[in-house]
Design a protein. Structure first.
Length: 347
């Protein structure tokens, strides 16, 4: 049966874009605001998260580490920025070309055979990566890309963050395995002290890996395929927690996508790795995840469909209405939400 649901519709004032990390506003990472949407809406600070969880809950985190994926390049002599999104099994890379103003490069200027010049290397565009879209391209790179990024790269940023910040601002406390083009930002507010507070409160943590691609704030594109892995130990913990009546809390849309990809139709999670192209939404609701810790997503973002798949249209719409009305900040340096669902949808 098709479930009818809509992503929330709202207008985001420009002043709600978090233009700098909370540290620049005099806050610790875990002092950003947290809106909890359960049976009612509650305003809190992120460091109060353990008070909104229960002993026996399981928090699943993403241990992917952010790469310095933006590298300066030239295209036909014109300065551009090349974003390295993900690597393919044949050694090529998926890339995105941006202008120096951090807007998408005009599509008519991107065709197979176009060569971009990088520091000590070149990138040759081969073909669009996704059917019907020309934003992301498969490219052949004439150097070791991780070494290139280490020497010349910086974190990917967008126009709402005018100042450049070092890579440390784009890290999370859980990041261990390099591979994300952009920060798995839902985990940014976590600190070591908060993790210890959660454990002391009887809340368990376990990892998955999902290497994030690049976001698409200018378009209505669905999420791109992403590399992921759900280890056997995490699958066992998720299934045991569910069987015991505990809740599965995903830290971010990345973790939600990984867990739901690894779930069968009964909601049981299995050790899985590879690529996921799962799109959660009205036709595929959450089977595993009971709650979601997330940042605030831009109007029209496809991530909003995933939030609805977990928490339901009514809860998500109410949370966004309140967040807009009460001054919450958006994007990777902004505030957070904890959204609980009405129950898993099994089929």
């Amino acid at each position: 049966m098709t479930v009818q649901a809509e992503r929330p519709s709202f207008v985001l004032p420009r002043e709600r874009d978090a233009a700098a990390p909370p540290e620049a506003r005099g806050l610790a990472r875990d002092e950003v605001r947290l809106l909890v949407a359960d049976s009612e809406l509650t305003h809190a600070r992120f460091l109060e998260l353990p008070a909104h969880l229960r002993p026996g809950d399981l928090v699943v985190v993403n241990n992917s580490r952010t790469m310095s994926s933006a590298v300066d390049a030239t295209l036909a002599g014109e300065p551009v920025v090349l974003h390295f999104c993900t690597w393919l099994d044949d050694g090529r890379w998926v890339v995105e070309v941006r202008t120096t103003q951090r807007t998408p490069y005009p599509a008519e200027g991107l065709v197979p055979g176009v060569v971009l010049r990088l520091p000590g290397a070149t990138a040759t565009l081969c073909a669009p990566w996704l059917p019907g879209a020309r934003r992301l391209w498969i490219a052949e790179i004439t150097t070791d890309v991780p070494l290139l990024m280490a020497a010349h790269g910086r974190p990917i940023t967008y126009s709402y963050v005018p100042q450049r910040w070092s890579a440390s601002y784009y890290s999370t406390v859980f990041g261990r395995i390099p591979g994300s083009a952009e920060m798995p930002s839902a985990a940014r507010p976590f600190t070591e002290r908060l993790v210890l507070d959660m454990i002391a409160a009887g809340v368990a943590l376990t990892p998955v890996t999902l290497h994030t691609g690049v976001s698409s704030p200018e378009s209505e594109e669905p999420p791109s395929p992403e590399r992921f892995a759900v280890p056997a130990s995490t699958a066992r913990l998720v299934n045991a927690t569910t069987a015991a009546g505990g809740r599965i809390i995903a830290v971010g849309t990345t973790v939600t996508r990984a867990l739901e990809t690894a779930a069968d139709s009964s909601g049981s999670v299995h050790a899985t790795d590879g690529w996921t192209d799962l799109v959660l939404g009205a036709d595929r609701q959450a089977r595993v995840v009971d709650g979601l810790i997330t940042g605030w997503h831009a109007p029209g973002a496809s991530h909003l469909d995933l939030l609805v798949a977990v928490a339901g249209e009514t809860t998500v719409a109410a949370a966004y209405d309140v967040a807009v009305d009460t001054g919450y900040l958006w994007h990777e340096f902004g505030d957070s939400a904890l959204l609980f669902g009405a129950g898993r949808q099994l089929s």
